[in-house]
Design a protein around this ligand. Structure first.
Ligand SMILES: [Zn+2]
Length: 192
């Protein structure tokens, strides 16, 4: 597991948040117990933690389920909802990395066809639609902040070329990134 992802999940362990419940499980090497990330019973040191993708995997590795958070019992989410939540998490955690359906499927160890079908059934739209929507939301928010150049924003939302970014942005929102910045920064209708 890459450090960035580890840090993100570990932050939810520290905060005892439910964000990754059902998506990752916290295995604690020192106690050989595994928990939901949100478990209130223990806050393990990061060096003792290993995150796995399923309670079956934790049990296979020799960990016992925590009696307090009962990670072996199904949470609110069924397996399809968990997979869809994992896809969203992979898409949203780093927009600057180009992400394809094949890459998502590879990370979740399922076929691209299966992933697409399950995701669409749960969400009503495709992973690609979600990626586009998240990119656009982030691009608009960065443009409105007026701190980064358009080229920097293009990279931040996963475009290698600012001109591709501009074409995409214009097609989807009806105006260029610069016009959008102009409109949000100064307010429509004022020329000051
Ligand atoms: Zn626990």
């Amino acid at each position: 597991m890459e450090q960035k992802l580890f840090d993100l999940i570990y932050a939810s362990v520290l905060a005892k948040e439910h964000t990754y419940d059902g998506i990752y499980y916290t295995c604690v090497r020192t106690t050989r117990i595994f928990c939901r990330p949100s478990c209130r019973a223990r806050t393990p040191y990061p060096q003792n933690v290993r995150f796995v993708n399923s309670s079956e995997e934790a049990i296979e590795l020799g960990y016992r389920p925590c009696k307090r958070c009962k990670p072996e019992e199904a949470g609110k989410l069924g397996p399809d909802e968990v997979m869809a939540a994992k896809v969203d998490h992979l898409i949203e955690r780093d927009l600057s990395c180009p992400m394809t359906l094949n890459m998502l499927a590879g990370q979740l160890a399922v076929s691209p066809f299966h992933l697409q079908k399950v995701y669409k059934r749960v969400k009503g739209y495709s992973p690609a639609d979600h990626l586009q929507a998240v990119r656009m939301k982030e691009a608009k928010s960065l443009l409105a902040q007026d701190r980064l150049t358009v080229a920097m924003i293009a990279r931040a939302v996963g475009f290698r070329s600012p001109s591709h970014f501009t074409v995409w942005f214009k097609r989807d929102s009806g105006c260029s990134p610069r016009d959008y910045r102009e409109l949000t920064g100064k307010g429509i209708g004022t020329n000051e």
